[in-house]
Design a protein around this ligand. Sequence first.
Ligand code: C5P
Length: 402
Amino acid sequence: MSDLSGKKIVLGISGGIAAYKTASLVRLLIKAGAEVQVIMTPASHQFVTSFTLSTLSKKPVYTDFFNSSQATSTWNNHVEMALWADLLLIAPATANTLSKMVSGAADNLLLAIYLSAKCPVYVAPAMDLDMYVHPSTLRNLKVLETYQNIVIPAEKGELASGLVGEGRMAEPENILAFLRQSLAETKPLKGKKILITAGPTYEAIDPVRFIGNHSSGKMGFDTALAAAQQGAAVILVSGPTQQHIEHPLVTTISVFSAQEMYEVCHSHFEDCDVFIGAAAVADYRPKTVATQKIKKSADDFVIELEKNPDILASLGAIKKQQFLIGFALETENEIENAQLKIRKKNLDLIVLNSLNDAGAGFGVPTNKVTFIDREFHIEPLELKSKEAVAMDIVNKIKEHYA
Ligand code: C5P
């Protein structure tokens, strides 16, 4: 899983010799999982072809405001493109383009996109040594930083002019590394520790049998991934599932029974910021576990059960700074029951699923949930994928820390 996966990047190329390196840059960004829309200034066409870049980015490359060559004239909407972008990267950024960005000129499509952009803007300057150290360039870079633009410093080395010094555009690999680092630092949940339970628990009857349930674990795993993608360090305590997760910020701990889940959660709770109980924890377990496989004999067979600890309620009882989120799966009096649960378990937010809603609950890729908070604000959401619900839950956490 790459940190750029799914990121929408507008790559603006201005007219310097370093533009030839953007072919490698596009390849690297795409390989890292990003979607890349290339915008070229008119002058940049002297250094790299739009054909190369559209082939590598698998998208048309735009330069002009208007596509007058087509039978039906269309225009390239700079506002739409700017809003589409998760980030705007201008590489190479020439002295001329930097100066126009500072002054607010919009005499080409790239500059108009720049002025319309609400997303983070990165600039990778590239020019000859003397231009790079000219007071106007140095001042322009400083001004752009006051606009909250992020400068990817030029590198030292041999320049196209034959001079040696600062001014070379950062190598594509270094631009990628810079973006990755910068995005990790700006993630909203960076520094937060989130403990999540997922999946069913299995309560042993004997060495080969157990009492379980149909939870797939998907909701918990999707939430763990969404939280990690926002920069949180996640400990995912999972009962037996087929789910798999790979993200450098997620540590998975596999457990079998509710008692094991309880112990692991308590050992990690103290220094966590958020707890999300997405597991379908068995409420009861067999009172005794047979050491040998139970033989079939009598027609009736009774298993005596005893109560499992309620993990969420036990954490609610000791919580300090932690933001506690629970799930509730209800079949009747949904809202009232969920509100009772908020008080009983001392929760900050409950995610209510109703089994009465088609497409919600176990074994389906979608969910229809209602959020209810401590003040009993009720927020019903429409039916959506579990990934999208996971993102909504993570947004609630972001709101809490905003
Ligand atoms: O009380 P109920 O089982 O409906 O509550 C569901 C919520 O409580 C879920 O968030 C679930 O993960 C959590 N839970 C728990 N330990 C239990 C039972 C439920 O953490 N033993």
